[in-house]
Design a protein around this ligand. Structure first.
Ligand code: GLU
Length: 508
């Protein structure tokens, strides 16, 4: 293997919102590039004008940005091989297609879509499937069958021709895939793919992809498994051009599977089970929408952590990684061969872990605007304290309000179940007594109030759980929340006593 600069590309087609499988492909490319001191290139493969969707390219770029995947070269940043959008490279490809015709690796085909349809149907009736290949190419309207003058005439008269690759007959092609190892395919099982279409003067994916990877000096192609069947053709294209010596190495990534493991993860699975399959919220030109991880409240670092482990493992039990750690540890050798099953619960778990790992100040900065939405002004320090108390119980920052509103709003209603369970026997009296005890101290630090109340409970041999839960009911209005003494430290003496009085009044 020659020592060459690592250059990888992420080459999406702008046909809709980028699926999380695509984000994973981008991520693995990025990790590989960073790990090896290489370049990460964004190339937009938009030669299929029929599948082009406005807004998709912007969506791709914004998704990468949100994920923290930095583009070194390519669409949106430029670079020495610009342009990086294939529709803007149109002029480049014909020359290469013609070179292959000249070398005998490709030929012109003049069949119309209707003619091909007809042949296909005839084959079907005979119980066979039609393939445009070595068996038929010399019998159809191609430059391999027609007289030279006729070919010249047709090329001159119309643009109804394509250039097809002349797939060799009965040859074993051996390929190395960094994930799958050696793969051998007999060329007789492959058809003659279209490389170039005169009608729109555009290359197809196969030609544009190989030419661009060559011109952009791509060293490693890391892409989804769905492209593995194209690999023999790509290898032969490199050979046909005489570029085998510098052809990239290939790694085909395992599929992302549905939660039940049966088939490819689709938008429908997400809709059915209530999770996003796209990084960002998406609105199609027709107005259809799809939810996104960002808008669902995921941290980008949790999202990429989860994606990184869908198909790759570090070889240890560690599950929580920052981008920098992923870069350090990533290697293609640890990419699995079998499909990676998506687990929506695990996705939430990753977010919860990253949330807990954040310091209280960081969280408070996200929390304050949420409070503001509820018309609550809160000093940063107090917000930090609250975040520290509730983060253990939260999965998303959006859970914060529900977990903490009682710090700011006294209960108006009390949870019925909790009332039934705790506001009975002597408990209301005990809560009133707690009020009296607390009234005697001005220092409401948890370290002061906790021993006062606990000692009183123990000395009088009262049922700790019952008493504390009724106290909680009076202050919070429900059976939830962090330690009572932490809560009353934050809401303060006056508010605590007020809530106790309120509860006795309302609950009797
Ligand atoms: N344009 C192709 C896609 O959208 C790229 C495949 C490749 O990376 O070669 O998947």
């Amino acid at each position: 293997m020659s020592e060459r600069k690592v250059r990888v590309r992420f080459a999406p087609s702008p046909t809709g919102p980028l699926h999380i499988g695509g984000v994973r492909t981008a991520l693995y490319n990025y990790l590989f590039a960073r790990k090896n001191g290489g370049d990460f290139i964004l190339r937009i493969e938009d030669t299929d004008s029929q599948r082009f969707v406005p807004g998709a390219e912007e969506y791709i770029i914004e998704s990468l940005k949100w994920c923290g995947i930095k583009i070194d070269e390519g669409v949106s940043v430029g670079g020495p091989h610009a342009p990086y959008r294939q529709s803007e490279r149109k002029e480049i490809y014909l020359k290469y297609a013609l070179e292959l015709v000249e070398k005998g690796w490709a030929y012109y085909a003049f069949d119309t879509a209707e003619e091909l349809d007809k042949i296909r149907k005839e084959y079907e009736t005979a119980g066979k499937t039609f393939a445009y290949n070595y068996e038929v190419r010399e019998k159809l309207a191609t430059s391999l069958a027609l007289p030279q003058e006729e070919v010249a005439r047709r090329l001159k008269d119309s643009n109804h021709w394509v250039i097809r690759f002349k797939m060799p007959e009965n040859e074993e092609v051996s390929m190395n895939d960094m994930v799958r190892g050696n793969v051998t395919v007999n060329t007789s099982t492959l058809d003659d793919k279209v490389l170039y279409k005169a009608i729109d003067q555009l290359p197809t994916y196969h030609l544009a992809n190989i030419v661009d990877d060559h011109l952009m000096e791509i060293s490693h192609v890391i892409r989804g498994e769905e492209w593995l069947p194209s690999l023999p053709l790509h290898i032969l294209l490199y050979r046909a051009f005489g570029w085998s010596d510098t052809q990239p190495e290939f790694a085909h990534l395992p599929l992302l599977l549905k939660p039940d493991g049966k088939g490819k993860l689709s938008k429908r699975d997400g809709d059915k089970l209530g999770f996003p399959v796209f990084p960002l919220y998406w609105v199609s030109p027709a107005g259809e929408t799809a939810r996104g991880y960002r808008e669902d409240g995921y941290f980008p670092e949790a999202f990429i952590n989860m994606l990184a482990l869908l198909g790759w493992n570090p070889g240890t039990e560690q599950e929580i990684f920052s981008m920098d750690e992923l870069i350090k540890l990533f290697s293609i050798e640890h990419v699995g061969k079998s499909g990676a099953r998506f687990n929506p619960e695990k996705a939430r778990w990753f977010n919860a872990q990253h949330l807990k790992a954040k310091n209280n100040k960081e969280l408070a900065e996200i929390y304050l605007p949420i409070l503001k939405e509820h018309n609550i002004e809160c000093p940063l320090e107090k917000a930090e304290k609250i975040c520290g108390l509730i983060k253990e119980r939260a999965t998303f920052v959006t859970d914060f309000w529900g977990l903490s509103s009682f710090f700011f709003i006294a209960p108006e209603n009390y949870d019925e179940k909790a009332v039934k369970k705790f506001w009975k026997n002597d408990n209301p009296k005990y809560v009133a007594k707690i009020g009296e005890l607390l009234a005697q101290t001005d220092d409401f630090s948890a370290t002061v109030t906790e021993p006062i109340i606990h000692e009183w409970i123990t000395e009088n041999e009262l049922p700790m759980g019952q008493v504390m839960n009724s106290f909680r009911l009076a202050i919070v209005g429900a059976s939830m929340g962090p330690s009572m003494f932490d809560i009353i430290e934050i809401i303060g003496k006056e508010e605590t006593l007020k809530r106790i009085a309120n509860a006795s009044e309302k609950l009797g």
